[in-house]
Design a protein around this ligand. Structure first.
Ligand SMILES: Nc1ncnc2c1ncn2[C@@H]1O[C@H](COP(=O)(O)OP(=O)(O)OP(=O)(O)O)[C@@H](O)[C@H]1O
Length: 229
């Protein structure tokens, strides 16, 4: 469904990710781990179109999307939950969700989103900035889900979030996987969380994939070797 071939990207003269090859099938959850600063966010931003690759190709549903703008990708089914949430603090919860609808060119909010995160209905008129960190993360995920993405990228959705909300986010990811064909790429620091939700794990170091394994065969020690400084 999504095929990334020899992808290289970075900022001005610096190359941050190098020779990345990845395949994501329908309904698969792929996790990407790696130490701080190795290029995980840069990879997601390149897949979503916020950064233009210097080399390589991204194919989505057999079309070449390497040069498509982020807005085109959103209309074609991609959803993005950025690191640090990036919700609009001065807009209400409902207005934040409506922006997700516009991005995906969808008319109405799928009620499923409120079933996943009932708090967002209760707090519809509150400003996004008045929610707790965990609630803002739920809003960021919901904002991506309202456009019914067939492909969802999540950048560290559990970072700094209290355990009960991490469990809720895990349950939502599992439900999306069980009830739809949506594929996901998840950047995550927590190996236990990864093992609960993922089908395949990639570890990145210095911008390249250094470890790749189906989740059932992941060797914790090997993964931790790359995650410790
Ligand atoms: N806008 C930018 N301009 C220049 N360099 C950048 C920019 N954004 C990130 N970088 C650099 O690119 C490298 C990779 O950053 P990136 O955010 O992709 O890493 P990461 O693996 O997601 O890290 P973290 O786990 O801390 O989020 C880092 O050296 C970072 O300083």
């Amino acid at each position: 469904m999504l095929s990334i071939q020899d992808l290289e990207a970075g900022y001005e003269d610096s190359m941050v990710i190098r020779s990345i090859n990845m395949n994501v099938e329908e309904n698969q959850v792929i996790c990407v781990m790696g130490r701080n600063g190795v290029g995980k966010t840069t990879l997601l931003k390149t897949i979503i179109g916020l950064i233009q690759p210097k080399n390589g190709k991204i194919q989505y549903k057999s079309g070449d999307i390497t040069k498509d703008r982020p807005s085109q990708r959103a209309r074609n089914g991609s959803g993005y939950v950025p690191q640090g949430r990036e919700i609009f603090p001065k807009l209400t919860v409902l207005e934040n969700l409506q922006l997700g609808l516009e991005a995906g060119n969808v008319k109405t909010i799928n009620e499923q989103v409120y079933e996943y995160f009932p708090i967002l209905k209760d707090f519809a008129k509150r400003n996004g900035g008045d929610l707790s960190g965990g609630q803002q993360q739920q809003l960021a995920i919901a904002r991506a889900l309202v456009s019914n993405p067939s492909f969802l990228l999540l950048d560290e959705p559990t970072e700094g979030i209290q355990p009960n909300i991490v469990e809720e986010i895990q349950a939502v990811i599992m439900d999306i996987k069980q009830s739809s064909q949506t594929s996901m790429i998840l950047v995550e620091q927590n190996l236990d969380f990864v093992k609960n939700v993922a089908d395949h794990l990639y570890v990145i170091d210095h911008g390249s994939i250094v470890y790749s394994s189906p989740i059932a065969n992941v060797e914790d020690e090997e993964v931790y070797r790359y995650l410790t400084v």
